[in-house]
Design a binder for this molecule. Structure first.
Ligand code: CP3
Length: 350
């Protein structure tokens, strides 16, 4: 019964239909970081808020920038404008962003035993995010799938421990070896926080959820289940206890052959792949298991021209035998000319 309701709903929304395993004539399309600095209208709104985290907590501004790429390009999905680091912020670890550098958090200290954090996530702090979801939902065309998201615990914990972006994640990788019990407690707290946060996103009106494991590539083979796959599976199971039909896309960036584990062991409905993954391998190995999302190199779109067309065609062709969501293999970069995105959209739409 519910299955058929799901399918009825998804008839209107090509991307949701794809998540249900129904292949579309042309793949539905959206772009990670589609609301961002490559858009002049984003830069204009962004300039009204000094602090990026305040921007995320301003329903007027966040609603506007969520809708901008839908208006301009008619993408098949809108993604909530927010950031994965609102979760540590709502756990009491103040987050700020330094222009052109990235996030800053007061690094957690192992000897403090998590006393810097609240025992559970303060969802009141995130009320503006839920308000944004309600407003976007009202404004979206009925065929557009609305995506909520969170970071996976390993990725979010890496920022909480290092306090900033770290290319090789040395701080959290050392904690794996020196203080695994501590890291287990932090990951558990993030699992519970993410379940509560994502449930509220669903209740506020998103259609599906993406979990970003941006640093899957920094896990050792013997750590991936404990620190990444297991926690993601617990989040998905936890959300489905309250929302049995919640749909998930999981993005284990840089995970290579372990993309298979993200497809089979997390409970996700679709697996997103990074630009370093061979589409032919993914079509043969992952697509029989789950719909695949990806995986154009963002820099191919900065460069544009004929090579862009060939790459777009190559990805569409590789995934033409099963359900596929066209996307980039990581976020669009600020230098991307809008005209190149227009060219890409035309090419994907055919
Ligand atoms: O359009 C969308 O995709 C929705 C909004 C969104 C943002 N961040 C907005 C943002 C989403 C889904 C994210 C996810 C996110 N944030 C991830 C996972 C995806 C990935 O990129 O691997 C991570 C690791 C972060 C953490 C983060 N946020 C960093 C490292 C930075 C600084 C680097 C940068 O690109 O500037 C941010 C800032 C941020 N988040 C911006 C945007 C549009 C740019 C800040 C600005 O506009 O001033």
């Amino acid at each position: 019964m519910t299955q058929s309701v799901n399918k009825l709903v998804s008839v209107d929304k090509p991307l949701l239909a794809t998540l249900n395993g129904i292949q579309q004539k042309r793949p539905p399309l959206w772009i990670m970081r589609q609301a961002g600095r490559y858009l002049p209208e984003y830069r204009e709104v962004r300039a009204r808020s000094k602090n990026f985290i305040d921007f995320c907590y301003s329903p007027d501004l966040a609603t506007e920038v969520t809708l901008q790429p839908i208006r301009r390009f008619g993408f098949d999905a809108a993604i909530l404008f927010s950031d994965i680091l609102v979760v540590p912020d709502a756990l009491g670890q103040g987050v700020s962003f330094v222009e052109n550098e990235g996030p800053r958090l007061p690094p957690l200290l192992v000897e403090n035993n998590l006393s810097e954090l609240k025992d559970s996530i303060d969802l009141d702090r995130l009320a503006p995010v839920f308000e944004t979801i309600g407003r976007v939902k009202e404004a979206l065309p009925k065929e557009t799938t609305f995506l909520g998201f969170c970071g996976a615990p390993w990725t979010v914990a890496s920022y909480m421990i290092a306090g900033k972006s770290t290319p090789e994640l040395a701080p959290i990788r050392l904690v794996v070896y020196r203080n695994p019990e501590y890291l287990t407690r932090l990951i558990d707290l993030l699992v519970d926080s993410s379940i509560a946060y994502l449930c509220r996103q669903v209740e506020a009106g998103v259609d599906a959820l993406q979990i970003f494991e941006s640093f899957a590539g920094a896990l050792t083979a013997d750590g991936i289940e404990q620190w990444s796959i297991g926690p993601i599976r617990r989040i998905i199971e936890g959300v489905r206890k309250r929302h049995a039909h919640a749909k998930f896309i999981v993005f284990g960036r840089g995970s290579g052959a372990n993309h298979v584990q993200y497809a089979t062991k997390t409970g996700a409905d679709a697996v997103a792949i990074d630009w370093g993954t061979d589409p032919h391998w993914a079509a043969a190995t992952l697509q029989p298991l789950k719909p695949v999302q990806g995986n154009l190199d963002p820099l191919a779109v900065v460069a544009g021209g004929d090579q862009l067309d060939r790459r777009v065609d190559g990805i569409i062709e590789a995934f033409s035998k099963g359900p596929h969501i066209f996307n980039f293999g990581h976020g669009i970069v600020p230098e991307t000319p809008v005209a190149h995105v227009e060219r890409l959209v035309k090419r994907v739409r055919g």
